[in-house]
Design a binder for this molecule. Structure first.
Ligand SMILES: Cc1ncc(COP(=O)(O)O)c(C=O)c1O
Length: 445
């Protein structure tokens, strides 16, 4: 069904597809089978033919308040005409400070110093540099080893790639930065089809102790963890796992960084997953839903201890941290983020998502009756299911997302795993429609 206001674009067949080198996309396949969108509103996209496509993944985990929110668009336009740009180095503008204050209020503990970036990847690399700067400021410059986990996704900067635990993201680029050790992931068969935190696997946190024994606590800067690993397919931590990781970090003076680029800003039922799981990190990265996806923005919230150590180590006129981006705290992006946070608050969207969560998880877990589905996981407003591979690993997942898009459902897949993360404005009818479309396509997969 076409959107009534859609001014249809030329059909894909007449659009030249030759010059855009697409990210994380099989470009040849896309050109043979383009999947475009020309309009979005609420829970839906529309393609160039006017077909309506339900968005089951909040775009890419970012459009949490639904598409085309006039409140955000108005704030962006107003800011563009008021103060379109000012350098973030040696200059400031009020909204950057206001936004940092808003974020500091949302974070747990004393994660009160907020550094702005333009993406999740930049937030991760920034957090790595802050960790190094912190230890150097304290006279422990030798702490340069980072610890991450298998199956982790920490973006595409060289730092994030070195932390990455996803083979394809690493293997084409050599080993990237040296000095990253990986704990095992927690995706273990004993927790198959378990909703929420797994009953098994908390002991995998002891991998951290083993790596400390191997590398020496005095050489390790920080441990990076996605509280719920998102891009790899919603790997929910086993009960007690994150608390144990925190204890081991404390005992060895390692910084704990939660990469909440997907988990943060309401996705896990609280402001941040740190609050959902009752574990406070020393730094927390965020991006995505911070601006409802309409402007690129990431951020790192660091504890007062970290901020003070780095700032106080430098002289009064000295730049304390040689790092930043031309578009850090861009005025238009800050305006978008403030309008987004206002919306979440005013419309009670985190609460709305929390209220829908049991219905959403029931629905996704009901797919267990399909033989092709080999595991399901879920927590709050994110869930994933694995498909039995057919042929080359990932081929079935890739085919699935194509067929779903053609059938009216946009869904993120990684390999043979499908990940659902509906916007917080989703209602039961949208979940029902997601399941109906999924069942229809999965039955013929
Ligand atoms: C945990 C995590 N970290 C970092 C990133 C990278 O964010 P971006 O794509 O904005 O660079 C992502 C993206 O999905 C992510 O999930």
């Amino acid at each position: 069904m076409g959107h009534p206001d859609t001014q249809l674009q030329p059909p894909a067949s007449t659009l030249a597809l030759d010059h855009y080198w697409m990210p994380f996309t099989p470009n040849k396949d896309f050109r043979a089978h383009p999947m475009l969108a020309v309009k979005a509103e609420g829970m839906y996209y529309w393609n160039e033919r006017g077909d309506k496509i339900l968005d089951a993944s909040s775009g890419l985990f970012c459009v949490a308040a639904g598409h085309a929110r006039p409140e955000i668009a108005d704030a962006v336009r107003k800011q563009l005409m008021e103060l379109d740009y000012i350098p973030p180095f040696l200059r400031g503008h009020p909204k950057a400070f206001e936004l940092a204050g808003r974020i500091a209020k949302m974070t747990p503990g004393d994660l009160n110093s907020v550094f702005f970036t333009n993406s999740g990847s930049e937030a991760v690399d920034t957090a790595m540099k802050i960790a190094l700067a912190y230890h150097r400021a304290r006279g422990e410059a030798q702490r340069q080893v980072f610890i991450s986990r298998e199956r982790a996704y920490h973006g595409v900067g060289f730092g994030g790639v070195a932390l990455s635990g996803l083979t394809n993201n690493r293997r084409a680029f050599g080993v990237g930065l040296a000095g990253v050790a990986h704990m095992r992931h927690t995706h273990i068969p004993q927790n198959r089809f378990q909703r929420g935190e797994g009953d098994h696997g908390a002991e995998l946190a002891e991998d951290l102790s083993r790596l400390i024994n191997l590398h020496g606590a005095e050489n390790i800067a920080a441990v990076f963890i996605e509280p719920v690993a998102g891009s790899t397919g919603c790997l929910v931590p086993p009960k007690g796992y994150l608390k144990r990781v925190r204890e081991i970090c404390d005992a060895n003076k390692l910084l704990l960084v939660f990469d909440e680029v997907i988990c943060g800003i309401g996705r896990m039922g609280s402001n941040f997953a740190a609050q959902s799981f009752g574990v406070t990190p020393d730094m927390l990265t965020m991006a995505k839903a911070l601006t409802n996806g309409v402007q690129p923005m990431g951020a790192v919230a660091a504890s007062e201890r970290i901020y003070r150590a780095v700032i106080d180590a430098a002289g009064p006129q000295a730049i304390e941290f040689f790092h930043g981006y031309t578009y850090s705290a861009h005025p238009v992006t800050c305006a978008a983020a403030l309008a987004t946070l206002d919306l979440y608050e005013k419309d009670g969207l985190f609460q709305q998502a929390r209220a829908l969560s049991p219905y959403f998880l029931d629905a996704v877990f009901s797919l267990q009756d399909l033989g092709i589905v080999t595991d399901i996981r879920g927590y709050a407003s994110m869930a994933a299911f694995d498909l039995a591979p057919a042929g080359v690993p990932g081929a079935r997942g890739h085919e699935l997302q194509k067929r779903l898009y053609d059938s009216g459902l946009h869904l993120k897949t990684t390999g043979d795993t499908a990940i659902l993360a509906p916007a917080y404005v989703a209602e039961k009818q949208h979940i029902d429609q997601m399941m109906e479309l999924l069942r229809k396509v999965l039955k013929t997969a």
